[in-house]
Ligand binder design. Structure first.
Ligand code: NAD
Length: 312
């Protein structure tokens, strides 16, 4: 019999239910279990998603409980408070760290031996918390990090240069939040550096690129002001990560992972490009950042460290 791939999703709010829809739509697993403290919401989503199955790939979907994590390949956590208008992601830390302590201990009690994928904010700190609370090796605990910010950057650059976003290679690294930074020194269209276009005066000016970055950094605020929450972008980003993991892709994606000396940083989860496969994080792809970028990354790490001191 073919091996069953099983995802347990914890938190079926805006982000979780959008992710579940992406999983069903893309046929990413054989089994999808939904858990939420609001059991009725998880049940309703399971019913609704099951009604989509005649139009997609075969899958078993149900509202379950923590015992379902025992043989799960992936536990995805999108549970917890989201940003209210005017709130930063870091403002959520106290509420969500408490929620994570109980969720992660329930998952581990089941005998879970798979991988964690975390999206709840502040995602870098909660990924670190998941690693600490679970006792799992760090390569098996992955945060969504700056994968969405990177997607936002690639989208806006694709519009500015009129190039398919899939051919825009540019990363946002650092905290998934206000202290993140763009790595302009390694941004390319195809394999051609953006700096070459700047020198030739083609495409956006440096000021326009700076404005693009500001729009990326502040995108969540702009969306939350308009519709209260952001979820489709992160849901697709999490689905992309799920595919990279379950298909053992060895794909380079910007995720939150534990640094162990890379970029001169240690004992911190932060968004950086890394190779993702079936065992989780295979390795961090360390970029040769310029001095200013390295300084900004260290500043971002410091912002996270100061908040972490309050939690751990
Ligand atoms: P939401 O309020 O719609 O959903 C949260 C869900 O978590 C609710 O259904 C709630 O019942 C559930 N929940 C709360 N405590 C729980 C517990 N102890 N056990 C199980 N379920 C519990 O919020 P949302 O808009 O879906 O956002 C979820 C999280 O995702 C937020 O922290 C938000 O900031 C984050 N987010 C992250 C990114 C990213 O790029 N990483 C992007 C968007 C949102």
């Amino acid at each position: 019999m073919e091996k069953v791939t099983k995802i347990v999703l914890i938190g079926t709010g805006f982000v979780g239910s959008s992710y579940a829809f992406a999983v069903v739509n893309q046929g990413l697993a054989n089994e999808l279990v939904l858990i939420d403290i609001n059991k009725k919401k998880a049940e309703g989503d399971a019913m609704d998603l099951n009604h989509a199955l005649p139009f997609g790939s075969p899958m078993r979907i149900w509202a379950g409980d923590y015992s379902d994590c025992k043989d799960a390949d992936l536990v995805v956590i999108t549970a917890g408070a989201n940003q209210q208008p005017g709130e930063t992601r870091l403002d959520l830390v106290d509420k969500n760290a408490k929620i994570f302590k109980s969720i992660v201990s329930e998952v581990m009690k089941s005998g879970f031996v798979g991988l964690f994928l975390v999206a709840t904010n502040p995602v870098d700190i909660l990924s670190y918390a998941t690693w600490k609370y679970s006792g799992l090796p760090a390569h098996r605990v992955i945060g969504s990090g700056t994968i969405l910010d990177t997607a936002r950057l690639r989208y806006l650059l694709s519009k500015a240069y009129k190039v398919n976003p899939q051919n825009v290679h540019a990363y946002i690294i650092g905290e998934h939040g206000d202290s993140e930074l763009p790595v302009w020194s390694h941004a390319t269209l195809g394999v051609r550096p953006i700096s070459d276009y700047l020198k030739e005066g083609k495409g956006p000016t440096q000021d326009e690129l700076d404005q693009i970055f500001i729009n990326v950094r502040d995108a969540a605020y702009h969306i939350i002001d308009r519709k209260g929450a952001t979820y489709y972008g992160i849901a697709m980003a999490m689905a992309r990560l799920t595919r990279a993991i379950l298909n053992d892709e060895n794909s380079v994606l910007t995720v939150s992972t534990l640094l162990n000396g890379e970029y001169g940083l240690k004992d911190i989860y932060i968004g950086v490009p890394a190779i993702v496969n079936r065992s989780g994080i295979r390795e961090v792809v360390e970029l040769n950042l310029n001095e200013q970028e390295l300084e900004k990354l260290h500043h971002s790490a410091e912002v996270l460290t100061q908040i972490m001191k309050k939690v751990f």
